[in-house]
Design a protein around this ligand. Structure first.
Ligand code: NAD
Length: 351
């Protein structure tokens, strides 16, 4: 059978995989020999915005399709690079090139590659970043909202909750509803439900504000001799994850002072404040709109580069930090890191 495309690329988060996504996948399989599905925002810890790992999203997708098309579906993880679109585009290119090299059966013919997706709103701007691929537009399937599906699923204490069950019936392929039913019984699901309850309470505290609030925070990226200073979070959100030392700016405080204060409180680093202040190499703002589940949070990060030494300064967790530790840059694990802190380090250190 011949198709207008050898490969169509479909990028998305699929959190969860819903009937709108399924319709796009079916349209893609009608037009291409292979559909490459890239599961975005992979290799992050589970969060209420990105609850399911890429392998779980692949299971939802494959379970929703017949056996006859499985071999034409190529599914791969795709990491974000929140503050470097070029790096993200490169991740897409490298992944697609690898899959095309493996699956293109006519090496003497240039593969016809296209990109499929629906330009829904500002968040789909990324569909314009691939001019080398023909764009295959698809219809929007109305009445489907992944954000509401996630909120409904985690707010429901069981997947049989009538409000969620109705939403699931209308918006999810039956195989995904079944998959979620199984997931509902796991400890990971309970953890996400607890996190969701925390975030909902946090947001309720601000519900009376006349406008949705924006919070200002600070983060310290302290580096010495190939190690970065991290803390383990003592409380929700992100309890147990590794984070940059940092926190909220006090009402009467300058931003740089807030950063040094939080750094000292959370790590008790044995370096005098004037030395820390003098070691600030640069500052930058990190403002990805969804970077925090608590609400719009804009952070100012300070890159503090300490003189190389064979001994790292002593640190000890304090305040909101259970522990403080120096982590070799080569051992940073994005799946263990809170919010966008991995991407902040990536941007500031140049990883
Ligand atoms: P999504 O699951 O919301 O949507 C995926 C695709 O399906 C989109 O084309 C969307 O328009 C389409 N779709 C969704 N609902 C539909 C419906 N009802 N009917 C028809 N089509 C529908 O995923 P997303 O958030 O758009 O995924 C983009 C991914 O790319 C994310 O992981 C994001 O982080 C990543 N990204 C990363 C960077 C970076 O790191 N620099 C930059 C851009 C994008």
């Amino acid at each position: 059978m011949s198709y207008p495309f050898d490969f169509l690329v479909y990028i998305g988060r699929f959190q969860p995989f819903h009937k709108g996504h399924l319709a796009v996948v079916e349209a893609g399989l009608q037009q291409a020999g292979h559909l490459i599905v890239l599961c975005g925002s992979s290799h992050q810890p589970r969060s209420t915005r990105n609850p399911w790992q890429w392998q779980e999203r692949e299971q939802m997708l494959r379970a929703s399709l017949p056996d006859s098309v499985q071999s034409r579906l190529l599914v791969a993880p795709l990491m974000d690079a929140h503050y470097n679109d070029e790096q993200w585009v490169r991740n897409v290119q490298v992944t697609v090139n690898g899959l095309v090299a493996t699956h293109h059966r006519l090496p003497h013919k240039t593969p016809r590659i296209g990109l499929i997706g629906h330009r829904k709103e500002h968040s789909s701007y990324y569909l314009n970043l691939f001019p080398q691929w023909v764009s295959a537009q698809v219809e929007h399937y109305a009445g489907i909202n992944a954000t509401a599906l996630r909120a409904g699923f985690f707010a429901a204490q069981t997947e049989r909750d009538p409000a969620f069950a109705q939403m699931a019936l209308e918006q999810l392929p039956p195989a995904v509803s079944e998959w979620l039913q199984m997931f509902s019984a796991t400890a990971a699901c309970q953890e996400l439900r607890d996190e969701q309850a925390f975030v909902a309470k946090y947001r309720r505290a601000w519900a009376a504000a006349p406008y949705e609030p924006s919070f200002v925070t600070v983060d310290a990226v302290v580096v010495q001799s190939g190690h970065v200073l991290l803390v383990e979070r003592k409380a929700r959100p992100g309890k147990g994850l590794l984070a940059l030392p940092g926190g909220f700016v006090d009402p009467h405080e300058r931003i740089r002072d807030a950063c040094l204060r939080e750094l000292k409180e959370e790590t008790r680093i044995k370096v005098p404040v004037p030395v820390l202040r003098g070691s600030i190499r640069r500052a930058d703002v990190f403002d990805e709109p969804y970077r925090s589940a608590r609400g719009r949070t804009i952070t100012h990060a300070f890159y503090i580069e300490l003189e190389p030494s064979s001994e790292l300064p002593k640190v000890k967790g304090g305040d909101d930090a259970r522990t403080a530790q120096w982590v070799p840059l080569g051992e940073l694990d994005p799946e263990q890191m809170f919010e966008d802190h991995y991407f902040i380090i990536q941007a500031m250190v140049g990883l």
